[in-house]
Design a protein around this ligand. Structure first.
Ligand SMILES: Cc1cc2nc3c(=O)[nH]c(=O)nc-3n(C[C@H](O)[C@H](O)[C@H](O)COP(=O)(O)OP(=O)(O)OC[C@H]3O[C@@H](n4cnc5c(N)ncnc54)[C@H](O)[C@@H]3O)c2cc1C
Length: 470
């Protein structure tokens, strides 16, 4: 661990003063709750705060009580305290069960509600319970509805330095959280929370799919109309975006979500489950299935995107340095070094870290305007390096382009510790943003460089196809 300062303020005012941006430790400070995630991240070199502001002694943050018709749980309340609280058991027994099912006794004695929500691990239990309950997070600056708080993998609405003081849960008819757990950590391989509000409306939140907690609108609509197992019968789970890793395929994760949702509904009085009934048939949209069969090798991942421009125009844009720079999220610079090569500096948010990669991109297997491969080598200095390739195939679609992409990424050094799931989730998110930006630029006409304004393009064509005459 690198050298750092440690502060243990005895009041909220002191804590906020220590952590204030521009304060003594500026942006280098981090809140320390139970250290169950943060200390592990520091040991792995993934977080290096200049100062830890320990919240243990700040009064009031562990309180559990009733306030304004809601159940209020302080950010520093440990999972063990929530699980044991008579008030929580009376108000929402499902929340006590959720807390009691987290990890093991040691972790439950140290890990906190606020730490779990701030960290927002994609396999954590609390985010599902809080989102399904329609709870409100109270911070030192404002109140944030759970629906606005969770913003994807390790990402929340919290501003730098913002402190969660606690969470307010509204009264509910019932809430149940069930997970299919990792035997080693008890994190959720997939976890589902179903909550029934007093007005009968239902929220379903799913954790563990890989991209952070999400709601499942199709199940919510069906259950709000008819809170029964029949309402879930035949409901396909293909609207849930899921990732594959060495523990489970995306399909299996979606399937688990369906099964667990049904078990929650059953536990909340929505009917008795026949043993081992297949409740959520596994189906995939025909387009993706076809795409996978045709183009996706066994490793890596990919998707299909429809862009509002003909393949020739998309092809041109893919090879235009300025259009590329504008489309790559976090791209700080992109310079063409050879007809078939670029150098780029790209800042990527990888979990809790922001990593700057210096990358070399080589173009190969060019078949204008049908397909190409981008080979990528990237270095993040002492953090490690990455390499990968992206294959792109363009298919004409009534004046538009159906673009198939497939990406394979491998990280080494410290970066490899992030694991496939985070790497895939990040790469998928970035690739999605990339094609979205490119699609916007294409439809607004900003990304259609003519051959005259992109003279290197001619050189590239000649380089690869000397006899093409273009
Ligand atoms: C072996 C193991 C198994 C686990 N299994 C599970 C499981 O089954 N289910 C599950 O849900 N979780 C599980 N966890 C996670 C655990 O429950 C903790 O809740 C989680 O790691 C957060 O830890 P913490 O509360 O100690 O926060 P810390 O590690 O101290 O902090 C985590 C992050 O939150 C920030 N932070 C902390 N408090 C606040 C606050 N009040 N306001 C703003 N920011 C804040 C910190 O700066 C840091 O960035 C497991 C952890 C371990 C180590």
């Amino acid at each position: 661990m690198s050298a750092l300062e440690f502060a243990r303020p005895a009041s909220l005012a002191q804590a906020l003063a220590l952590h204030a941006p521009g304060g003594p430790a500026g942006d280098g400070s981090m809140w320390l709750a139970g250290g169950q995630s943060l200390l592990a991240a520091m040991k792995l070199g993934m977080a290096s705060p200049a100062r830890l502001v320990d919240l243990q002694d700040v009064p009031g943050l562990r309180d559990i009580g009733e306030q304004d018709q809601s159940l209020s749980i302080g950010a520093m309340a440990t999972h063990a305290a929530v699980a044991a609280s008579d008030l929580v058991k009376r108000w929402a027994p499902g929340l006590a069960l959720l807390a009691g099912g987290i990890a093991d006794e040691q972790v439950r004695q140290m890990g906190t509600l606020g730490g779990s929500l701030a960290h927002n691990d994609p396999a954590a239990c609390w985010p599902a319970g809080v989102l399904a309950a329609g709870a409100t997070l109270v911070t030192d600056q404002r109140q944030i509805a759970a629906a606005d708080y969770f913003q994807g993998l390790y990402t929340t609405a919290l501003r730098p330095g913002e402190l969660i003081l606690g969470v307010r849960f509204p009264r509910l008819q019932g809430l149940r959280y069930l997970k299919f757990e990792q035997p080693a950590s008890r994190f959720a391989l997939v976890g589902v929370a179903v909550a029934r509000a007093l007005d009968g409306s239902v929220r379903v939140a799913v954790t563990g799919l890989g991209l952070g907690v999400v709601r499942w609108p199709r199940a919510e609509q069906a259950l709000s109309r008819d809170f029964s197992l029949q309402a879930l019968q035949g409901l396909v789970t293909d609207d849930l975006q899921a990732l594959a890793d060495l523990h489970a395929s995306a399909d299996y994760r979606r399937h688990l979500a369906g099964v667990l949702a049904a078990r929650c509904v059953s536990a909340l009085g929505g009917g008795r489950l026949p043993p081992h009934a297949p409740l959520a048939p596994r189906q995939r949209p025909a387009l993706v299935a076809q795409h996978c069969a045709e183009t996706m090798p066994e490793d890596g991942f990919g998707d299909v995107q429809v862009l509002a421009a003909a393949p020739a125009q998309v092809w041109q844009t893919l090879l235009d340095a300025s259009a590329l720079q504008a489309s790559i999220p976090g791209c700080e610079s992109l310079v063409q070094t050879r007809a078939d090569a670029y150098e780029a500096t790209v800042k990527v948010g990888l979990g809790p870290l922001s990593v700057r990669f210096k990358s070399e991109v080589l173009l190969s297997d060019l078949r204008p305007p049908q397909s190409l491969t981008l080979v990528l080598r990237a270095s993040a200095g002492a953090m490690g390096s990455g390499q990968g390739q992206a294959r792109v195939r363009l298919e004409p679609l009534h004046g538009q382009t159906r673009l198939h992409w497939w990406v394979q990424v491998q990280l080494s050094g410290r970066l490899a510790q992030f694991g496939n799931r985070l790497v895939e989730a990040t790469a998928r998110k970035l690739a999605g943003e990339f094609f979205e930006r490119m699609g916007q630029a294409l439809s607004s006409g900003q990304a259609s460089p003519s051959l005259q304004t992109a003279p290197w393009w001619r050189r590239l064509i000649r380089f690869f196809f000397p006899s093409s005459g273009k």
